[in-house]
Design a protein around this ligand. Structure first.
Ligand SMILES: Nc1ncnc2c1ncn2[C@@H]1O[C@H](COP(=O)(O)OP(=O)(O)OP(=O)(O)O)[C@@H](O)[C@H]1O
Length: 649
């Protein structure tokens, strides 16, 4: 329940600062005035007294009278309602048009989306008042024209805001999770993205209301706003200015009202924005992308694979991921090939930056427009995942693939109940009614060992602990009947005991339903315990593919040996510093010719620096890409420290 408490605290912080507190009181006063003003002072405001026209302030008329002898202060108080209604109307138009234009790039994507973005960017560059004048001329003089003009002139600013927020939210893991679940863009926008915009939009609308009040005053000053006999503060200001030399208070009173109300809304909005940090959309992002169709596959079956082809769940051949950089394309994934079979658990290990996550995101089709994904073959259950997205592929990914991300908090939409988020998969793909889908969500939560699942489905993500959220995420993957679970560092954000629960859960799902698992991890020990086979990645390539049981004793590649050796075990001398792999991993832009690991390898020779080793079958049933496979002693524990590096030799 930490979130509601922190919200209460944020409100308290906003309201207890002198600025926030004063602005809040003023906003309440202005709104109250808008409600009661015409009821209390309506008659006084309309009472004509031809015997007392254009009088200066007095005990009877605190702000004097106008040219029909009407009490100016009463008229200012009554005008609060129309002024506020106009401001609200304009802000509503700005938000609605801004939401449509701002979310269009997300919905349309590609060229049409970029075109809408460009139009919005050009419109934002125009000064608001200039746009308002332009629209005022088009829509004509009067209140309706002014509302439309001010509303439409505010729309580009909101559109830009929405566009930025949508782009940020589109990279969140729960949106990626919804995409994996095969949910369409419109539904993702309505269910997962827009609810999370509510807070920044309301804050910006509050600030915008203040600005609108000032804009109405500006238009009325030019005679383009509300026309007599109706009156808002802007109109009273306009009328008061013509009598400025006779009674300055006639202009000062509505001017002060505009200023105070405008400032109150502005400052209140600013204080709330500061208190709630609404511009902060922090959290892990998933790199977003289109996949380029690859030539028809040449390879039919992994030649190293003795198992029947029908058992293959995932087939990846020569997967390449590229990004356009300042000095040409960089390729963080450079030709990765592997297969995963029914019920098999494959671990992917490697240092940070070796291309593990990009491989997983490319396979699950979650990379975005900035990435180019190519492959000779990319198939899930025999179905091609390359080429343009289609409803059939969405259905396949939604029902047969589950993705578990690192951060269990950002994997769920914070504004929706857990049950609804799980149920969405079943309503979308299995055509279940809402009630049946919710019943399945309860069943799946129970399956991932969440107690009181019937009550838990009604809770929000923040009411779950980290481990429960991660299990619920796995439960979401089980709403369909996945043949493959891809888990990218699923336990990194959890404490050790919870880590074991989550790993145990993944293992039991695998056993019970013959589900294949791809487990990405930094942790060689975890992968060794949970998986059947391990893929070791270095600089965007698989350098070794071996049975997990062989990791500690029969690894062939010096990099695999070094990774294993850098993990302390019971035999490690705790008085010595822990073993580390000398040097740094190479970045995707600096991959050298030859073997990418050569500079850090104790066995490297001249050939390693010129010729890139190919991934070849080993006698032990694995694959290794090394010119000296199995060469030299197996390095255990701190022996690694004693080994000279390539440069030192
Ligand atoms: N959008 C991008 N544009 C350019 N380079 C990228 C992009 N995304 C990732 N990379 C680069 O690709 C390389 C591989 O990234 P990836 O996230 O797959 O590594 P990783 O092995 O999963 O690392 P970690 O364990 O730290 O998550 C890194 O060097 C990273 O900087």
């Amino acid at each position: 329940m930490s979130e509601p408490i922190s919200r209460v605290r944020a409100w308290r912080d906003v309201l207890t600062t002198p600025l926030g507190g004063t602005a809040a009181v003023l906003v309440v006063v202005v709104l109250a005035l808008a409600v009661v003003g015409p009821l209390v002072w309506g008659d006084a405001a309309d009472a004509v007294d031809t015997g007392d026209i254009l009088s200066v302030p007095s005990g009877e008329h605190w702000a004097g009278t106008d040219n029909l002898g009407r009490d100016i202060l009463a008229r200012v108080l009554v005008a609060a309602r129309l002024s506020m209604l106009l401001a609200m109307g304009a802000i509503t138009i700005a938000i609605v048009v801004g939401l449509v234009l701002g979310s269009a790039p997300f919905l349309l994507g590609g060229r049409a989306g970029r075109l809408v973005s460009a139009v919005v960017n050009v419109a934002v560059a125009f000064p608001g008042l200039l746009l308002a004048l332009f629209f005022a001329v088009i829509f004509g003089v009067g209140a309706t024209g002014a509302v439309l003009a001010i509303g439409l002139s505010g729309a580009p600013g909101f559109a830009r805001l929405v566009q930025t927020l949508v782009a940020g939210l589109a990279g969140r893991e729960y949106v990626a999770a919804a995409r994996v679940a095969g949910v369409g863009r419109l539904r993702i926008l309505v269910r997962h993205v827009l609810p999370n915009l509510a807070e920044p939009l309301v804050v910006n609308a509050t600030i915008g209301a203040g600005n609108s009040l000032l804009a109405f005053a500006g238009l009325s000053f030019l005679g383009l706003g509300v026309q007599s006999p109706a009156y808002d503060w802007g109109r009273l200001l306009y009328d008061g200015l013509s009598a400025l030399y006779v009674n300055p208070a006639a202009a000062l009173a509505p001017g002060a009202a505009v200023l105070v109300a405008g400032l109150a809304f502005n400052l209140f909005g600013e204080s709330v924005a500061k208190g709630f940090g609404v511009t902060d959309l922090a959290g892990p992002r998933v790199r977003t992308a289109t996949t380029r169709p690859a030539p028809e596959p040449q390879v039919d079956h992994d030649p190293t694979d003795a198992r029947p082809e029908r058992d293959v769940v995932l087939e990846v051949r020569e997967l390449r991921v590229g990004f356009a950089g300042r000095h040409g394309t960089v390729r963080p994934v450079r030709g990765v090939s592997f297969s995963v079979h029914r019920g098999e658990a494959v671990g992917v290990v490697g240092e940070s930056g070796s291309g593990k996550s990009l491989t997983a995101l490319a396979v699950t089709r979650l990379l975005g427009d900035d990435a180019t994904v190519e492959a000779d073959r990319l198939r899930l259950l025999g179905e091609d995942l390359l080429g343009a997205a289609s409803p059939a592929r969405r259905h396949l990914l939604g029902t047969s693939l589950a993705m578990v991300f690192q951060d269990p908090m950002s994997s769920f939409n914070p504004t929706r109940r857990i049950g609804r988020q799980l149920a969405e998969v079943a309503t979308e793909h299995q055509g279940l009614s809402r009630a049946d889908a919710l019943a399945r969500a309860v069943d799946r939560l129970a399956a991932v060992r969440i107690d009181d699942a019937g009550d838990r489905v009604r809770q929000y993500p923040h009411e779950f602990s980290g481990g429960m959220r991660q299990r619920a995420m796995i439960g979401m993957g089980l709403m369909g009947s996945p043949a493959l679970v891809v888990a990218d560092e699923p336990t990194t954000a959890l404490d050790v005991t919870v880590q074991q629960q989550v790993l145990g859960l993944l293992a039991s799902i695998r056993e019970a339903d013959d589900v294949a698992l791809v487990l990405i991890s930094h942790d060689v020990t975890v992968v060794g315990e949970v998986c059947d086979r391990v893929l070791v990645m270095y600089a965007g390539r698989i350098v070794e593919d071996l049975p997990a049981a062989d990791l500690t004793s029969r690894a062939q590649h010096p990099y695999t040996r070094a990774l294993v050796s850098s993990v302390p075990d019971m035999a490690t001398d705790i008085t010595q510093p822990l073993a580390t792999i000398p040097g740094r991993p190479v970045g995707p832009a600096d991959v050298p010719p030859g073997c990418a690991y050569a500079d850090r390898c104790p066995l490297a020779d001249a050939r390693c620096r010129t010729d890139e080793p190919v991934l070849e079958e080993t006698a032990a049933g694995g694959r290794v890409a090394c010119w000296h496979p199995g060469g030299g002693p197996v390095l255990v524990g701190q022996d690694l420290l004693a080994r000279p590096t390539g440069e030192e030799r």
